[in-house]
Design a protein around this ligand. Structure first.
Ligand SMILES: NC(=O)c1ccc[n+]([C@@H]2O[C@H](COP(=O)([O-])OP(=O)(O)OC[C@H]3O[C@@H](n4cnc5c(N)ncnc54)[C@H](OP(=O)(O)O)[C@@H]3O)[C@@H](O)[C@H]2O)c1
Length: 271
């Protein structure tokens, strides 16, 4: 494992950093003494450091000075300010990994010393339960060692795909924001279930387990969802009636428009 013996610093100790830290430790990919975190929110940093027995850095610069791999896990609007702070302590032997939505490799590289190895990644929140999917793209100066470090980091919290950077806006729209589309569907299903007399608790259980089971079926059998849907849709049956109602309201078109809106927004954020 290429990250077993290196120190990894997280700049920004929020939700995503926690998911990655928890994943790395739960999967025994590294040990807590190899992990460092920095955050402007001191209460959050102290809590995270105590919870996972990792080292709280005194500052972003201190964190960069202590690690071979630096994970930039702040919101996109904070990334350039963070890079300006980190750049003076950056070394060309380090790997910088950014998970900030929309921030391009060229902007990241321009903000760091020349020839710094940078990887851009787009994970998603199921990483919190080690069921994430992450797309990663290599920067101009990222070698195989850098790529393998980033790949192993995200493998700790799910699956990893290497893709060209030109597809990152699409990835952001599909899997980065994707869990929210599923939650949106779940909200509607739960609300509908309660109007048909189910208690909120029972509706929640029925919907959550249905989504979990459907996802597991699709993942385990690698089948086209269309085929899986066909199998539960008997002619003249209940599912067919439901799909007809969805089609009549152009729900597929709405999803296509939602993904296009998210991809456009990702492009705008990167501009
Ligand atoms: N959550 C997702 O679904 C998801 C998916 C894919 C990618 N991402 C990307 O992951 C990144 C982090 O997202 P998140 O959900 O983990 O955000 P988050 O929970 O808000 O965590 C970011 C942390 O960084 C801190 N911070 C702000 N400015 C800082 C600075 N200058 N130096 C050090 N720390 C600073 C924040 O403190 P304050 O709260 O005090 O500002 C916060 O604790 C984002 O760029 C996002 O685009 C998120």
């Amino acid at each position: 494992m290429s990250i077993h013996n290196i120190h990894i610093a997280f700049i920004g100790a929020g939700n995503m950093a926690e998911a990655l830290i928890k994943g790395l430790l739960d999967a025994h990919i590294t040990s807590s003494d190899k992990l460092i975190a920095a955050d402007v929110n001191h209460a959050r940093l102290t809590w995270l450091a105590e919870e996972y027995a990792i080292t709280p850095a005194l500052s972003n610069t201190d964190a960069v000075g202590r690690a071979e791999m630096i994970v930039l896990a702040v919101k996109p609007q904070h990334i350039l300010q963070v890079l300006a702070e980190c750049a003076p302590s950056a070394r060309t032997t380090q790997t910088f990994v950014s998970i900030a939505a929309g921030i391009t490799l060229s902007r990241l590289e321009a903000a760091l010393p020349p020839r710094t190895a940078v990887i851009r990644a787009m994970p998603n929140t199921p990483a919190l339960v080690q069921r994430g999917v992450t797309a990663i793209a290599r920067g101009t100066y990222a070698h195989d060692t850098d790529f393998h470090r980033a790949r192993d980091l995200f493998l700790a919290v799910g699956k990893v795909l290497e893709l060209p950077e030109s597809l990152m806006d699409a990835v952001t729209a599909v899997s980065g924001s994707g869990p929210a589309y599923v939650f949106y569907l779940m909200e509607a299903m739960i609300a509908a279930a309660t109007t048909h007399g189910l208690s909120l608790t029972d509706a929640h259980t029925l919907v959550v387990e249905t989504v979990r089971g459907a996802g597991e079926l699709a993942a385990r059998f690698h089948e086209d969802p269309r085929e899986l849907r066909r199998r539960v849709t008997s002619p003249g049956g209940t599912t067919e009636a439901a799909i007809r109602a969805l089609d009549a309201r152009k729900v597929k078109d709405a999803l296509v428009a939602a993904i296009a809106a998210a991809a456009n927004r990702s492009r705008e954020l990167g501009a």
